[in-house]
Ligand binder design. Structure first.
Ligand SMILES: C[S@@+](CC[C@H](N)C(=O)[O-])C[C@H]1O[C@@H](n2cnc3c(N)ncnc32)[C@H](O)[C@@H]1O
Length: 157
């Protein structure tokens, strides 16, 4: 395959509009439809790197709101006074730890996804295992309002 396989209309548009990733348009579409993110909200963003969902969240919640992002990788191009990053594996976080470390959150959003290898069968199996783990993650089940994105690739099982 020639070039970056994720290079498309949305990737180009995201760059032009200064979003950190094209995945922002998924969140924008969900939020436009269901009006979930409100001014002053406290958001928890699971799998936040490179940062477009948090970036969108920061804009929507405004100066009185706050976003906490968790990922294995630090979003190095995102900085805002109302954004806090925690480098951690979300599948190992406990409800006790979340309760201690964070003030109450209004909403959890999750765009978590495993690293892909490009090998369809391996990626499909990893995604299925991973999705199962994510559903059981305490950080995901600790709030009533949640946006969760799940991606599945066409592949052999
Ligand atoms: C599709 S990206 C998220 C993109 C992000 N929503 C954005 O808009 O910029 C998925 C992220 O999930 C993270 N991730 C996968 N497994 C994780 C885990 N167990 N703990 C924390 N982060 C994880 C990856 O590091 C990756 O950055």
């Amino acid at each position: 395959m020639k070039g970056n396989r994720w290079e498309d209309h949305y990737a180009r548009r995201a760059r032009k509009e200064k979003w950190l990733a094209r995945s922002v348009y998924k969140l924008q579409e969900i939020d436009n439809r269901f009006k979930l993110i409100r001014e002053g909200n406290g958001l928890l963003d699971l799998g936040c790197y490179p940062g477009s969902w948090s970036q969108f969240g920061i804009k929507k919640v405004g100066p009185k709101g706050h976003v906490v992002g968790i990922d294995l990788t630090r979003p190095d191009r995102l900085s805002s006074p109302n954004f806090k990053f925690i480098q951690a594996d979300v599948l190992t976080l406990s409800i006790e730890w979340l309760g201690r470390e964070m003030r109450p959150r209004d909403m959890v959003m999750s765009d978590l996804a495993p690293q892909t290898t490009g090998i369809q069968a391996a990626d499909t199996a990893a995604q299925c295992r991973w999705q199962e783990g994510q559903q059981k993650s305490p950080s995901r089940s600790s709030r009533k309002k949640a946006i969760s994105s799940a991606r599945y690739w066409k592949g052999r099982t």
